[in-house]
Design a protein around this ligand. Structure first.
Ligand code: JSK
Length: 447
């Protein structure tokens, strides 16, 4: 057996997101989001699920925070529903919306838990989507105004701010692949949106600095890893293109003030030209205090001409898969973290999401989720290796505290360390909750 130990001062947490847990979609003046529209569009979500009730955390947040306290976390990563603050995206602010998040944040602070606030976790006000959404540059200023309002309101209470969660999902998954809201399938649109998202991020960071807000700000790209099937350059290049449109495409503009040339060229070949205006890259290239990294899965892949967007195919290696059919590839976690460290240096990194989907159900009041515990052990060992290799890891948030609405998968996929009965909203702590609680208390675990 091996003891895997973490640095003193490592921050441990759990993560959720507004549309996935809150419910109460028509309460206290909340406006509609694109996910209300998308989830109520027939055929978009497995089983026709939607976030109308979800985990009912809008009403049960005190119970959730009590569970966080029992877990012993240092930090809770949650997101604010923009349509609760600005029901129409801009214009009149909702005091009831602000008051709800004050109740959440105050209870966290009372319990010694650091609030880590994601400003945008995909629930764009529908009113803004009706005017083009992220394809419309006006949405950038609407986002900055929303962020400024939150900074003013919560300065001194919230000290960890994340501008965007998973800009790859917001742009490519939602506007090229089309699996998430609003569900377009247009590569030019997706790349334009990715650019506008980065400008919104940069302008928000600039506003945070200008306002001298207390605390730290960053963003949370999602990542993946593709290990080349062979050492043939075509395999290496194909894997780099796929990894690159999660990593370099979003991180190079922020850390280097430029887009990766190899991807600009590749998109040009696909008939896509990025519409960069004078000053855009300067706006994006703002100093951030930390980088959030989300990681779930990785693959072995090889070059395949004219296959998909980047001319590669996954190679089935018989790896174990979770209940969302994602391969378990902890080596990829180590590889992508050391890759990011090599490329961007010693930027402080918080793992803002990592976790596994297993659909274990309660039996006699207990949820035995051994496979989730094994996934966490494997990935936390990979994280420990990355730390040993010099990666500046400051914290880890498990995805997720609760089973919740997993987007297009609806409630069919459970990522929580706490089980949620969607008929009663009853919470049941899984074995992984107790395993994680012990890890947090010890700052080590036995592999
Ligand atoms: C988990 C990625 C934020 C938090 C969690 C979903 C995801 C995903 C989900 C890709 C994807 C679907 C579907 C179709 C076809 C080709 C959430 N993270 N989470 N992270 N990533 N795919 N090409 N890559 O719920 O809210 O693709 O893909």
């Amino acid at each position: 057996m091996a003891i895997i130990e973490f640095p003193k001062g490592m921050k441990w947490g759990a993560a959720t997101a507004s549309y996935q847990i809150e419910g109460a979609v028509h309460e206290d003046g909340r406006g509609l989001s694109i996910w209300d529209t998308f989830s109520h569009t027939p055929g978009k979500i497995i089983n026709g699920d939607n976030g109308d009730v979800a985990c009912d955390s809008y009403h049960r947040y005190e119970e959730d925070i009590d569970l966080l306290k029992e877990l012993g976390v240092d930090v809770y990563r949650f997101s604010v529903a923009w349509p609760r603050i600005f029901p129409n995206g801009t214009g009149e602010v909702s005091q009831k919306g602000l008051e709800y998040y004050h109740r959440v944040v105050d209870k966290l602070i009372e319990n010694g838990i650091e609030p880590m606030c994601t400003l945008y976790h995909w629930d764009l006000p529908q009113a803004l989507q009706d005017k083009g959404g992220w394809a419309n540059r006006e949405t950038i200023s609407a986002f900055v105004h929303y962020a400024e309002t939150m900074f003013k309101e919560f300065n001194g209470k919230i000290k960890y701010w994340i501008t965007l969660n998973e800009p790859w999902c917001i742009s490519f998954l939602s506007n090229y692949i089309g699996a998430h809201a609003p569900g377009f399938q247009d590569l030019q649109l997706a790349t334009d949106i990715s650019h506008h998202l980065l400008i919104a991020h940069g302008k928000t960071v600039k506003k945070f600095i200008e306002m001298e807000i207390e605390g730290k700000i960053g963003f949370a790209p999602n990542t993946t890893w593709l290990e080349p099937y062979s050492n043939k350059q075509e395999d290496i290049d194909a894997c780099h293109r796929e990894i690159g449109h999660y990593v370099e495409w979003f991180m190079d503009p922020v850390f280097k003030g430029e887009y990766p040339r190899f991807l600009l060229d590749w998109f040009e070949k696909k008939g896509v030209t990025l519409h960069i205006q004078d000053g855009d890259l300067e706006e994006i290239h703002q100093p951030i205090d930390f980088l959030g990294i989300n990681f779930y899965n990785g693959y072995i892949a090889r070059y395949k001409e004219n296959e998909g967007l980047f001319d590669f195919e996954y190679v089935e290696m018989g790896y174990e898969r979770t209940d969302i059919d994602w391969p378990i590839f902890p080596e990829g976690f180590y590889k992508v973290l050391t890759y990011i460290h090599h490329r961007y240096g010693n930027v402080p990194i918080y793992i803002t999401e990592n976790g596994a989907c297993y659909n274990d159900e309660p039996s006699n009041g207990r949820v035995r989720d051994d496979k989730r515990i094994k996934y966490l052990q494997q990935h936390l060992t990979a994280l420990s290796r990355a730390i040993e290799s010099g990666v500046n890891i400051k914290g880890y948030c498990v995805w997720s505290l609760l089973d919740n609405f997993e987007w297009a998968e609806g409630y069919s996929k459970r990522f929580g360390i706490i089980h949620v009965d969607y008929h009663t909203s009853e919470r049941t702590k899984k074995d992984s909750f107790y395993w994680y609680k012990k890890l947090i208390a010890n700052n080590w675990f036995e592999m």
